[in-house]
Ligand binder design. Structure first.
Ligand SMILES: [Zn+2]
Length: 399
């Protein structure tokens, strides 16, 4: 068993009571505390905290992604297909969620236009949040305050009747799709309410060019978005419009993140969602994650969606990052779990195996005898998850 926040326990057991972890230790420890408890034994398996996906999109279908290579080319083709996409989004979202839970995911931060994938996240059994992206172009002839008020109203309405650990929140999609005033108002309003905020930031070379010069592939796609050409980096721009705070989760931070930008990330306390496979497939360079972590930026892992990434398997995403940055298995397992929880400010509730936290677990079949953390990540990355448990409920069981 890999509690992550404490050393591994050979032949470990967990006692779950009312959805939370009551004992971590050996089977004898659990038996002493609750002699009557029903025992579920998984032969040859390791127990780890469930994977925390800090940035995902559920509503994309497997196997028919627009061509990658360049970000603006991909985004242009994605936008062209939005009308046909509407008809199959719910089915795609259900399939993506199933894929995630079969890979040990217990908590997901999902971003979708106006929170359209909330029903599928809620039905999946995972805990998490849907971040509703809004696009100012959909609110013609309104002031930023009015359109933010409207999206907040929608999001608050979506919260009614949700499962206990699922919430709806606001996303400012990106600095190139949302104007500076709407971004600022949304950031300040959500902070005032104590809510988190999700954004995409400093993802592509095209975003860097749009924010600095006001030109390039994104200027061509969003011709009416005229606030580019600010002469600064996307990170500096985002700070200027007050998007960056400890309650903000910024996805990607890949292309164009400079040393000065990392100072800004550290100073503002914003967290990063690292999506290296998406960055790789869309020509978005490598995020300076090791340096960000060295300077105390909280970093979690994110799969992004199936149109820019090969799977919804967060452990597979993490294994890619482990190889990319030369991390060891312990850090990999922590990035997939506790660091993700820290990035989303939910580490008091989940992300490691500790008494009092929710029982959010991945049960991973590991072939090798010595069961290192790297073995666990590798196995979970390649279909080795035997069961997934959220709040003590078995939401996936391979058998
Ligand atoms: Zn994304």
């Amino acid at each position: 068993m890999f509690p992550v926040s404490s050393p591994p326990i050979p032949n470990g057991a967990i006692l779950v009571q009312e959805g939370r972890i009551a004992v971590i230790g050996t089977l004898e420890d659990a038996r002493t505390k609750a002699p009557e408890a029903e025992i579920q034994h998984y032969e040859g398996c390791a127990i780890t905290p469930g994977a925390i996906n800090t940035h995902a999109h559920l509503g994309f279908r497997r196997d028919d992604a627009p061509e990658g290579g360049t970000f603006a080319g991909w985004l242009g083709r994605l936008i062209e297909r939005l009308p046909e996409k509407e008809s199959w989004t719910p089915e795609a979202a259900k399939n993506s969620a199933n894929e995630a839970i079969a890979a040990g995911t217990t908590f997901m931060a999902e971003s979708s236009p106006y929170g359209e994938c909330l029903p599928q996240l809620a039905e999946s059994g995972m805990a998490g949040a849907v971040f509703a992206e809004f696009f100012p172009g959909d609110f013609p002839d309104t002031q930023p305050e009015e359109r933010v008020e409207e999206i907040l109203k929608q999001v608050h309405g979506m919260r009614e009747g949700l499962p206990k650990r699922v919430s709806a929140q606001v996303s400012v999609h990106s600095v190139y799709t949302v104007d500076p005033d709407s971004s600022r108002v949304a950031a300040l309003k959500t902070r005032e309410l104590g809510d988190p905020l999700a954004i995409h930031l400093s993802e592509s070379p095209e975003e860097v060019e749009f924010v600095r010069e006001g030109t390039g592939g994104l200027a061509n796609i969003f011709g009416s978005n005229t606030w580019g050409g600010a002469g600064v980096s996307p990170v500096r721009y985002a700070e200027n419009v007050e998007l960056l705070a400890p309650t903000t989760i910024a996805a990607h931070l890949a292309t164009g993140v400079s040393d000065e930008d990392i100072d800004i990330l550290t100073r503002t306390g914003v967290a990063a969602a690292h999506c290296p496979r998406s960055n790789d497939s869309l020509g978005c360079e490598v995020s300076p994650v090791p340096e960000m972590m060295r300077r105390d930026v909280r970093v979690g892992m994110g799969t992004d969606g199936l149109w820019s990434s090969p799977s919804m398997n967060l452990f597979e995403e993490t294994l890619f990052a482990v190889k990319l940055h030369g991390f060891d298995g312990e850090l990999g397992l922590r990035l997939a779990t506790l660091e993700g929880a820290r990035a989303l400010n939910v580490e008091r509730e989940t992300g490691s195996l500790e008494v009092g936290k929710w029982a959010d677990l991945a049960i991973v079949q590991v072939e090798s005898g010595d069961q290192t953390a790297l073995d666990v990540v590798e196995s979970a990355a390649s279909g080795g998850v035997a069961a997934t448990v959220v709040s003590g409920n078995l939401i996936y069981n391979r058998e």
